[in-house]
Design a protein around this ligand. Structure first.
Ligand code: NAI
Length: 364
């Protein structure tokens, strides 16, 4: 059974999630490539050793270049802050190694463009895990199959409240465009909008800092943002992103209206998809709550019971399966770095729009 040596750069929140996913994916999906946890890199030898022991890697290193160069590391997952994505990806591709990079793919549009160039001819994927829930995969299929008719409206949001309290101190999150709400949170829902509806042709955005000072310093990046958008297929849309949305913990939510029906989803209830069909007696019409089940994409390998549900870590395991499939087949699996660049272009256009207080068109 062919093994593949996995190297993970970063052992924090996402580094752990990817390590656990690579440890489990062979068993869950019976993948043709069986991952071997070969090496983990962190910002020091001591932290790398802690992660190595906890997650079960063979080796750890405080220097990510050592990991990239290592002959037993066959594929690389980048789970560091965005400022490091580009350098690590370029080094990995220069060694001909497949890369899965955490969102939003670099700290700037220039980073993302360079990463797409470096990825040419190599297996590459961006880690947009939320579009991989069985519910959202099914929503995507319903729309593509025309089940809600012609789409007329899209509303998407990604709202959290980790910075809702102005007494929360100013950490690294309070400065740097890449660490604000547009740079960090918006990418997942923009990616979902592209997946569910299609390319975005123009945006008109407002971006704002709500709490301008916090204990420990000034806040120099954005707390929340909204934009109107027009999709290339003519659909009208609205997007909202916030880290100060009191009460919202994982408000990755969307609502889509069509000529024959509508769909609603909220990640805080990730095993439910709400579907409205414009059919049957008027008195009995309403949104139906569909619980995820083996009939939905990528559910059955986790559990045979309908309504039992999958969780956050399972999305990362689905993503690991898709990355291994791309490596095994040599066929790109969505979303690739090119798709990640599309998201970065929209974030950049939103900034331009907010600064000019005007609509900005995107090449589609
Ligand atoms: P974190 O702060 O929890 O972990 C970052 C890791 O990077 C740490 O282990 C640190 O040791 C490592 N690191 C920093 N500098 C390094 C260096 N020079 N060499 C090697 N390792 C180094 O950050 P978190 O939340 O895991 O974020 C990492 C990435 O994942 C970011 O790009 C972020 O946007 C993305 N992210 C994605 C999420 C998702 O659901 N897909 C959720 C949270 C973050």
């Amino acid at each position: 059974m062919p093994e593949i040596g996995i190297g993970v750069v970063g052992g924090g929140y996402m580094g752990k999630a990817h390590s656990v996913a690579m440890a489990a994916v062979g068993a869950v999906f019976n993948t043709s490539l069986k991952p071997r946890l070969e090496m983990i890199a962190a910002s020091s030898d001591a932290s790398a050793e802690r992660y190595r022991e906890a997650f079960g890697f063979a080796r750890g290193t405080g220097d990510w270049r050592t990991l990239v160069q290592d002959d037993r590391v066959d594929a690389i997952i980048i789970a560091t802050p965005q400022e490091l994505h580009r350098e690590i990806a370029e080094a990995a591709f220069a060694r001909g190694k497949p890369v899965m990079c955490e969102k939003p793919m670099g700290a700037t549009l220039a980073d993302a463009e360079a990463m797409v160039e470096a990825a040419e001819g190599h297996v590459n994927m961006v880690a947009y895990n939320y579009v991989r829930t069985p519910a959202t995969q099914y929503a995507r299929k319903l729309i593509a199959d025309g089940e809600i008719g012609d789409v007329t409206w899209f509303r998407g949001e990604h709202t959290e409240d980790f910075y809702a309290d102005p007494a929360e101190p100013a950490t690294w999150r309070a400065s740097g465009r890449a660490n604000g709400t547009m740079g960090d949170l918006s990418a997942h829902m923009i990616n979902a909008a592209l997946a569910l509806i299609g390319p975005i042709a123009s945006v008109n955005a407002e971006i704002e800092t709500v709490h301008k000072t916090r204990p420990g310093g000034d806040v120099t990046n954005d707390d929340h943002a909204q934009f109107m958008c027009r999709f290339a297929n003519g659909v009208m849309g609205h997007l909202y992103f916030s880290r100060v949305s009191t009460g919202r913990k994982m408000g990755y939510a969307y609502e889509i209206s069509g000529t024959k029906g509508a769909i609603r989803f909220d990640q805080e209830d990730q095993n439910a998809l709400w579907l409205y069909r414009m059919e049957g007696p008027e008195a009995e019409r309403g949104f139906r709550k569909i619980l995820t089940a083996p009939a939905h994409p990528d559910y059955e390998p986790f559990c045979l019971g309908p309504g039992h549900g999958t969780g956050y870590q399972d999305q990362i395991i689905i993503e690991a399966k898709d990355f291994l499939t791309a490596i095994a087949t040599g066929e790109p699996v969505w979303p690739t770095f090119k798709d990640g660049l599309d998201v970065m272009r929209i974030i950049d256009a939103a900034w331009q729009s907010a600064e000019m207080r005007a609509w900005v068109d995107l090449p589609v």
